[in-house]
Design a protein around this ligand. Sequence first.
Ligand code: 5GP
Ligand code: MN
Length: 337
Amino acid sequence: MLFPDTDVLEFESRIKQSKNITLLTHYNPDGDAIGSSVGMYHYLKCRNKEVNLIIPNEFPHFLDFVIDGVPFILGNKELDRVKNILTSTELIICLDFNTASRVGDALAETLRNTKVEKILVDHHLFPDNCYDVVFSHVPASSTSELVYELLYHLEEYKPFLNKPMAQALYTGICTDTGSFSFGCNHKRTYDIVGDLVEAGADVELVHQEVFNTNSEDRLRLLGFCLCERLTIIKDKRAAFIYLSKEDLKRFNYQIGDTEGVVNYCLTMKDIEFGVLITERIDRVRLSFRSKYDFDVNIFARENWNGGGHRKASGGHSFDSLEKVIETLTNQIQNLKL
Ligand code: 5GP
Ligand code: MN
């Protein structure tokens, strides 16, 4: 049993008691954040609930197909409305994040302080202790997989799945495992995928939507990253790519355009640690990826105000881009890989 019976019963009773339920995911949402939230949304709608789906800020266009037809509220567009919902709804389900800070500066305090009961469904290390019920399983491929597991237990081992639900959960699993290339060495993941396909998830369509909808600018930005912005530190088996604000402007950057770029570092045979450094409006963001044993979650926590998973994590700095590159280079030089 993945989750204790008592927690599943608790979840069931809280859902039963609540007419108005709010779903909340993390800032800069990815395929798993959107997939798990939309999957849960459809389930709750099937149980005749009023559902508020709150997404802290915009998500990449290649995820539009997942959320098609589902009403959602953007935290950065309707902040007061969202804060009001978070304090007046009957139940909050938090999906795909561990600490309240991951919902972004504008909402974190409201989430921490609301008196409304909170349930967490997530697969990141070290969840906060501000939730009333926690469904956390770090080895899971994705939060979408955990939403399936939860429904599996709730619905007595044959979860109710309709096509949009199945497709959303499949998209979350597919994107969070880098198309089944990490975090998915478990038979269970494929059993679940089998059920999702049986319930109508269109694997080919998901692939086309997620991976074959690049703009020309996005593809040229990738070429620029690899040609002009890739630094390799061979003796440390590390590589990083940086992008300045001007670089992003030059390629007409849209949200999601740099998604996956960091993984190219790891496609080199002798590279095990890859970093993407991106200069944003108010900070410099870093994405870390590891191929083998090097733990980028610890690296991000200890050095870059961040965290995530062993093989994929993120962080940020308020230093200049130049300073971040210098600091990171020194950290890499000092690594004992
Ligand atoms: P990405 O590099 O794709 O932005 O993030 C990789 C993984 O690290 C994701 O699972 C994401 O949730 C997590 N992550 C990214 N940034 C942060 C951060 O600032 N703090 C924490 N705790 N996790 C992060
Ligand atoms: Mn995830």
